[in-house]
Write a protein that binds this ligand. Sequence first.
Ligand code: P1T
Length: 381
Amino acid sequence: MKFATRAIHVGQEADPTTGATIVPIYQTSTYTQEAIGQHKGYEYSRTGNPTRTALEQCLASLEEARFGLCFSSGMGATTTVLMCLKAGDHVVASDDVYGGTYRLFQKVLTEFGLSFTFVDARDLASVKAAMTDRTKLVWLETPTNPLLRLADIPAIAAITRQHGASLCVDNTFASPYLQTPLDLGADLVVHSTTKYIGGHSDVVGGAIMTNDETWHTALKFRQNSMGATPGPFDCWLTLRGVKTLALRMKQHEINANAVAQFLRSHPLVTVVHYPGLAEHPQHELAKRQMRGFGGMISFEVVGGLDGGKQVVTRTELVALAEGLGGAESLIGHPATMTHLAIPADERRARGVTDGLIRLSVGIEDTEDLIEDLRQALAVLG
Ligand code: P1T
């Protein structure tokens, strides 16, 4: 079965008890047992819930994985991966990551004896140089949030394997429609399903997919032990969203491409980061490991911090908000919003300048988006 068919059907057979065509919201915390330990596969909804199972099976299929597990948020999924490590273990992570991921790694997990080296993952020599005898995990975002930088997944998978470590890719920005990291050599894929997978900015969730049974067993044990699990209604909303993932990603990309072309020819825009532009330094890598370029763009305008802040508050159709991947376009200012948790000097050193603007290009009519950006940019000159 191809992608769009799997998104609509896998894990979503008619309900065995009623024939309901759409997977029901099994809004129950527990399940009646016929005798002690004798049940229909479910005992308690932290451990398992049929609506969650449907979503887990569907997402596993979309990521070409044997196993899928869902969580209450992307951060819940990320925390669960990292909780499979032990005090003393070392992680190599790409330096351009969601601010909340940086905060979890650097401000929470270091308290538990994990250590992190952040590297520019575009540079394979830096990744190699950061690996130590204690490195157990390499953590990549590709494309990154917010700079849309790419990491070469097969090449980094090879480096990771040589050191006996595992590679985890946060695939949130690409979505499984555009990139399947397990096919490219990764061991684990993480998603904030809050974004493209859910697709309607109305539910927070996370997921982990793998083909590795040892990892799956460890993760499932922690999913149940730590309890960052999603409720049945959240799983149902996500499942409803994912049915249109393929359609939505096609339109996100059409719009993002048009918006990127508009921005790059605008006199008050100094730089545009979008992997679909021929001048993006990793355009060739994007063509090799992705099936399209997605709906996220970041760009800089003249006037630095002031210029950036003025533009993001001036759009009318495009909402000023954290988050991304929904039907509606969102605009944000990473330095003061999504990436505020990263100390200013480190943030700037990584290229997240004070004037950087991030745009999640939605699926509205292209012309309306460009018109709104045109009038917002007019504030600069
Ligand atoms: O928000 P949550 O579902 O917990 O997911 C965290 C997360 C993980 N990975 C990436 C790449 C992300 O972008 C996020 C969340 N990001 C935002 C809320 C944002 O506006 O960038």
